[in-house]
Every structure is written in structure tokens, then in C-alpha cells.
Design a protein around this ligand. Structure first.
Ligand code: 13P
Length: 286
């Protein structure tokens, strides 16, 4: 089924797993990402940046996700990642995205609340879920985390206030992760996640999933992470395979022969991550 973020994370909470939210950069890899979820018997969140949505087309992405959800019998959520502009969010919602993120993390606290609440009002009236963000998640340089002056950990008391005033369906938290960290791994602040999870009741979201140590994932799930974003690892995998394949084949070789192995690389990564995300060795906590 084609469902929203609130629905997909509700079930994850009941059964104590997390839902993989995988960034697609093109239309080629998308069917294999959904088929990976099907093979693992898991739901999947497909997410796109605003730029990718404009490149492929909002409506095209919606129709492809809906069709594959129906024909492959997989629960699929289509989510707009890190949107900062209301017009982009409106375009996604009006074209049928089932979930959006408003990223007001760089704004002053009060402004983040006010703008997020406006998005929530528009989205909820149309059955669409909203993810907000508090704190500032780190950046990377050449795949390594950089000691950014700008990093701001999420404060538990702010999270309580933010959720109360905005009505968001999920909250992205800054607990030490960095976007795009594919050459090193980060030290997540599990202590901080626990503090946040003790005082809030909405699903929490990990950004920068590529840089998270796989051995840390079960404890993140056990402490409220219900949406787990992975982007760079897929991008790097697809590109590496593409470089190899395109580098070694004749110019008139069918594109299909080069692109299928790239999609297969992505499929294998998604399957591997989902296996961990399903948290099968941990007890269910209702
Ligand atoms: P990575 O690209 O670091 O895996 O992060 C993905 C993400 O958080 C998208 O918002």
C-alpha cells in the first residue's frame, strides 16, 4: 500500500523496528529499492531531495511509487527530504507525496516552530505526514565528518516544546551524526537519544545513516528511532559500479547492461540495511 509516514512508523513502534528511508537520485534505481523491501518483507520510505524531485518530476515519482506499492505488495511512503521552502512542499503534497520534511533547523527556535506548524496545517488537512528537525546535524568533507562549529545537539526540553507547538509526526534529532560521512564512522550520543526519547512520544529520525556504525543500530532502534535515513552509501555504490561498467564496455553497448549492475548494487545495500533495521534479535516493546 501507498501510506504516509505516521502510518508506517506506527507499526514500526509496535514491533520495535525502524523503517529504512533511502534517498534515490534517479528513476533507474527506484524499482530495485522497492523490490529489496519486498524480498525482506519490510516497508520502505523512498525519499528525494527537492532537486531530485524537480529532475524526475514530482508526479512521476508519485505514480511510480504508487504503482510499485500496488504491484509488488509493499508498504511504500514517498517523502520529501530537507525542504526549506513552502512552495516546494506544497508542490510535493499537491502532486501526491505522502510525507514531507520541513527543515527549519537553521532558523531561530521560534521561527522554526511557526513555519513547521504552517506546514503541518497544510499537510495534515491532506492526509500527509510531516517530519521536523531540531538541532543542527553535522556536515562532511570528502566523506569525513568535520568538526563543525555549527553542530548543535538537540535539547530534550526544546524537543518537547517543539512537538507540542507544531504537531509534527516525526522529529529528526542531532545526536552526533553527519550527512555524507562515508569514509569514517561517527560516535552517536546514545545518552542524549535516551534523554530525548524519555520525554517525547513521536517517532525519532536518524539523518546521516551512512556514517552510523552498524553495531549501534539496535540500540538506536530500542530508543525510539523509527525512520533511518541512508543516502550516500547508495549513491557511492551506484557510482562506483557505473564507473567500472561504463569504463570497460564499448560505446555502443546497451545502456541496460551497464545500469542493471548499478541498480543491483543499490538493491543489495538496501537489503543489507533492512535486515539490520528489522531488529529481529531484540524483544518487542509495546
Ligand atoms: P547520508 O547520505 O549520510 O546517509 O544521510 C542521508 C540523510 O540523512 C538524508 O537526509
Amino acid at each position: 500500500m501507498y501510506i504516509n509516514l505516521k502510518e508506517v512508523t506506527q507499526k514500526a513502534k509496535e514491533l520495535n523496528y525502524t523503517v529504512g528511508a533511502f534517498n534515490t537520485h534517479n528513476l533507474e534505481m527506484l524499482p530495485e529499492m522497492i523490490r529489496a523491501a519486498k524480498e525482506k518483507g519490510a516497508p520502505i520510505i523512498i525519499q528525494t531531495s527537492v532537486s531530485t524531485a524537480k529532475y524526475i518530476g514530482y508526479k512521476v515519482l508519485v505514480e511510480v511509487c504508487k504503482l510499485l506499492a500496488e504491484t509488488e505488495l509493499v508498504d511504500v511512503t514517498l517523502h520529501l527530504d530537507h525542504a526549506k521552502n513552502f512552495d516546494d512542499i506544497k508542490e510535493a503534497i499537491d502532486n501526491g507525496y505522502s510525507s514531507v520534511m520541513f527543515d527549519g533547523s537553521s532558523l531561530p527556535f521560534k521561527e522554526n516552530i511557526m513555519k513547521t506548524a504552517t506546514v503541518v496545517e497544510y499537510a495534515h488537512a491532506r492526509g500527509v505526514s510531516v517530519e521536523g528537525e531540531l538541532g543542527i546535524i553535522g556536515g562532511t568533507e570528502d566523506g569525513h565528518s568535520i568538526d563543525s562549529e555549527k553542530y548543535m545537539y538537540t535539547k530534550p526540553e526544546d524537543a518537547v516544546e517543539f512537538i507540542k507547538q507544531t504537531g509534527v509526526d516525526a522529529l529528526a534529532v542531532a545526536i552526533g551524526t553527519n550527512h555524507g560521512q562515508y569514509k569514517s564512522k561517527t560516535n552517536v550520543r546514545l545518552d542524549l537519544l535516551k534523554e530525548i526519547n524519555n520525554v517525547v512520544d513521536v517517532p525519532l529520525v536518524i539523518h546521516g545513516g551512512t556514517g552510523v556504525k552498524e553495531e549501534d543500530i539496535p540500540e538506536l532502534i530500542n530508543n525510539g528511532i523509527r525512520k533511518f535515513n541512508v543516502g550516500t552509501e547508495l549513491l557511492v555504490g551506484w557510482t562506483k559500479t557505473a564507473k567500472e561498467k561504463f569504463g570497460e564496455t564499448a560505446l555502443d553497448n546497451s545502456l541496460r547492461n551497464n545500469i542493471m549492475p548499478c541498480n543491483e548494487t543499490v538493491k543489495n545495500i538496501v537489503k543489507h540495511k533492512i535486515e539490520i533495521f528489522m531488529n529481529k534479535n531484540q524483544p518487542i516493546r509495546i
